[in-house]
Design a protein around this ligand. Sequence first.
Ligand code: ATP
Ligand code: MG
Length: 295
Amino acid sequence: MTQPSIGPTPEEPAGHTSAAARDAGAARADARPRDAAHLLELRGVGKRFGSVIALDDVSVSVDAGEVTCVLGDNGAGKSTFIKILAGVHANDSGAYLVEGAPVRFASPRQALDRGIATVHQDLAVVPLMSVWRNFVLGSEPVKGRGPFARLDVTQARAVARRALLDMGIDLRDVEQPVGTLSGGERQCVAIARAVHFGAKVLILDEPTAALGVKQAGVVLRYIARARDRGLGVVFITHNPHHAYPVGDRFLLLNRGRSQGCFAKSEITPAELTRQMAGGTELESLAHELDAGAAT
Ligand SMILES: Nc1ncnc2c1ncn2[C@@H]1O[C@H](COP(=O)(O)OP(=O)(O)OP(=O)(O)O)[C@@H](O)[C@H]1O
Ligand SMILES: [Mg+2]
């Protein structure tokens, strides 16, 4: 019987970032003037649900042309974190700033109007609708005026096809229902859609969680592409092997508290994995299992 593999496999894109790409990342980080406001910033943010402290004193910043990764185990507060950024929840304490100004979003629509686009794990697509129809959903091009206004199908198809090609996504057919795309392709369409409609910040909730190694690699490539287009990307994952190759900054959450926010130069892949895997907990479990097998 073959063992399920844990960690990076030869196909895994982890660790494949070239020195040139890393230098480019450093240059991007340096390009921001020291006193310029961050695209997004959380300062000491907290959120409670009744007696549950979902987030406590979390600070992080998101800059244009960078990928901020948020890592944490189940229940760490990752979803709560993005829901605050996306305007679904309001923070109880601390401050949330967009381009330097404090904000208090009453709805996700308000966040979207400020260019903060969120791709949720369930993607909120209509599976039976075609790719192009999903692509323009909510921002449909129309022809005619007033009561005669109707969806401009030709234009919508062309917009979707062009925007997907621009991101290097070559689907066989934009006419096929979204439900027939693979999980990875759906994520890529959602990313291309946010880029096309002018998002400044792209928040992705565990986009690679349900994907195989190859598809995860493809999604990581589009995350990098969105970053290269100048978006600030917030990438939520519990997989350090997915985070490290594309991340510029890593926020580690544990039971609602920040375990630190590290620039890529401050943390090695091994250390990130150790922190995430609850290194010592797994080691002691291994000892316990060995001891159990010996008796
Ligand atoms: N609407 C809510 N009402 C009550 N408690 C909540 C609510 N949303 C989250 N919580 C609690 O807050 C804590 C953090 O939850 P959150 O969903 O943010 O974690 P997560 O890191 O996204 O976990 P997972 O990896 O399982 O998705 C959990 O203890 C959860 O039970
Ligand atoms: Mg979650």
